[in-house]
Design a protein around this ligand. Sequence first.
Ligand code: HEC
Ligand code: HEC
Length: 236
Amino acid sequence: MRLALILVVLSAGCRTETALQRGSELFNDPNAANIPSNVFSCGTCHSVLPDGDPNRINAGYSLANTLNRPSWWGGAYDDPLDAVNECWVEFMRAEKGFAPDDPDGRAILIYLQSISTAPAPALPLTIVKNIITDPMLPGWVPEGDATRGAATYQKACAQCHGAINSGDGRLGPSVSVIPKETIANHGTDMLMGARPVTIEKIRHGKFFTIGGNMAPYSLETLSDSDVGDILAYMSL
Ligand code: HEC
Ligand code: HEC
């Protein structure tokens, strides 16, 4: 009886370890998701360091301590699996979200539990809804500084897009070569061309009927002046 109990405990322990490994694998390896059109892992957009990665400006928050937050996605979700599923479906192109008993979904939560060791509050998420497309109107993204913009681009965009205009080092052919393709597709008109299109893409990602699978950058992640700097670096 006692031996049986120990065996049950041991095998449960084993299962947990395997789930943790699987969760960590899913978090870090884009291929672990087994979604052929997907080139992102969770780690493409989320650090797991408590203060974030100093070399990165990610669209998503650091997930250190995330399971201790009372809500996620700026208060939109109060179940962490819903928060994960938003990313899994919208950005990583899964057909549907994990059901609560899905082993892979549980593995991701077990991994997130393993990095949630300190208390953590809910975080704000300010999405810029209205993109000002007229340079004469208040709210137009200011002219920026190209040198600062090079550094910001390197931290925020290069991990997916690679180098500007060549795309060298980008994650894959599904990632646009910017700003070259944007200029080719939209021209350089100040009201409708590559500059406003790029601002809108940064702020809305795939949402607001834009499409694709890029994530939006909130005001907490990039200020309007950061965006202006990136545009200056791209000569937009
Ligand atoms: C393309 C970028 C991207 C990918 C890939 C991605 N996420 Fe996210 N994630 C975001 C953004 C943007 C948000 C909204 C900002 C935020 O709340 O962190 C978010 C929010 C979250 C949140 C809520 C965090 C909080 O405190 O509000 C969790 C949890 C999360 N993601 C987990 C995951 C997991 C697990 C994966 C992999 C299965 C993943 N994400 C993949 C971009 C991404
Ligand atoms: C997590 C990976 C990722 C990051 C980080 C990222 N992008 Fe993207 N971006 C993509 C992907 C994938 C596409 C193509 C699919 C789509 O349109 O969503 C894209 C498309 C674009 C487009 C549309 C190009 C066109 O002509 O249609 C622009 C502009 C753009 N990104 C700008 C940026 C800028 C500027 C940054 C940094 C602030 C950035 N992206 C960060 C993945 C990313």
